[in-house]
Design a protein around this ligand. Structure first.
Ligand code: AP5
Length: 219
């Protein structure tokens, strides 16, 4: 099963990816997480990507395609994976099509999360992420049991550097300009399902799960 989660910052792509991953054991490929990890470890990719991520701009396609090609070649991706935050430009989507053609793979479904601007700001300014296991919390909607600590593993919770209001606005502008054309790109291929991301997690997950059963990738 290969699925793509598409939508603006704060639409809930990471939250839904974790939810799907809890039920089907296929890995999540979150380009944002891979980049943040590389920045934290101060490795070559991180050094190149840092200024883009911190300022809310997209990291150049050439780095991203390489990350994805390397990641999907790993053994745990044999039975499928969930793309969270990739592709993000028409060029990335075309490159992905070419890679999949070579590998004889197909995208089963793209879930597009539609969300209002005020909800994005509201959610992202209250988001906290576990530094140890990556679990996502929200101080308003889904707070941890103990302040600043992950309820699942006890790890320290932090606010992402790109979750400041100015950077969130920049990320939304970049999304509107460079990523939103992917909605019609995948709609034309007839593999896109629109989801109202303003609704609660349970309802959203039900729609996605039902669709995966409908297209025959989940029994
Ligand atoms: P990335 O990490 O991918 O960030 P993003 O796409 O901006 O998305 P977010 O992770 O901010 O939001 P999300 O949709 O996952 O929402 P979440 O589930 O956390 O990218 C970061 C940066 O890396 C980019 O700016 C760029 O520089 C670079 N990059 C990454 N990929 C790239 C690529 N392919 N090409 C080029 N550059 C790339 O939810 C948000 C909050 O809302 C949470 O607190 C959650 O608890 C809460 N929430 C979720 N759903 C609900 C709900 N239904 N009700 C109430 N609260 C909810």
């Amino acid at each position: 099963m290969i699925i793509i989660l598409l939508g603006p910052p704060g639409a809930g792509k990471g939250t839904i990816a974790n939810e799907i991953n809890r039920r089907v054991s296929i890995p999540i490929i979150a380009t944002g997480d891979i980049l943040r990890n590389a920045i934290e470890k101060n490795i070559d990719l991180g050094k190149k990507a840092k200024s883009f991520v911190v300022s809310g701009k997209l990291v150049p396609d050439e780095y991203i395609i390489k990350i994805v090609e390397d990641r999907i070649a790993e053994y745990d991706c044999e039975n499928g994976f969930i793309f969270d935050g990739f592709p993000r430009t028409i060029n990335q989507a075309r490159e992905l099509d070419m890679v999949f053609k070579k590998l004889n793979k197909n995208i089963d479904q793209v879930f597009y999360f539609d969300i209002s601007y005020s909800t994005i700001i509201n959610r992202l300014s209250a988001r906290r992420v576990c530094t140890k296991c990556g679990a996502i919390y929200n101080l308003k909607y889904d707070p941890p049991e103990k302040a600043d600590h992950c309820s699942k593993c006890g790890g320290k919770l932090i606010q992402r550097v790109d979750d400041q209001e100015d950077t969130i606005k920049k990320r939304v502008d970049v999304y509107n300009e460079e990523t939103s054309p992917l909605v019609s790109y995948y709609e034309k291929k007839n593999i896109l399902t629109r989801i109202n991301a303003d609704q609660d997690l349970k309802d959203r997950f039900e729609i996605i799960w039902h669709r995966l059963i409908e297209i025959g990738v989940i029994k």
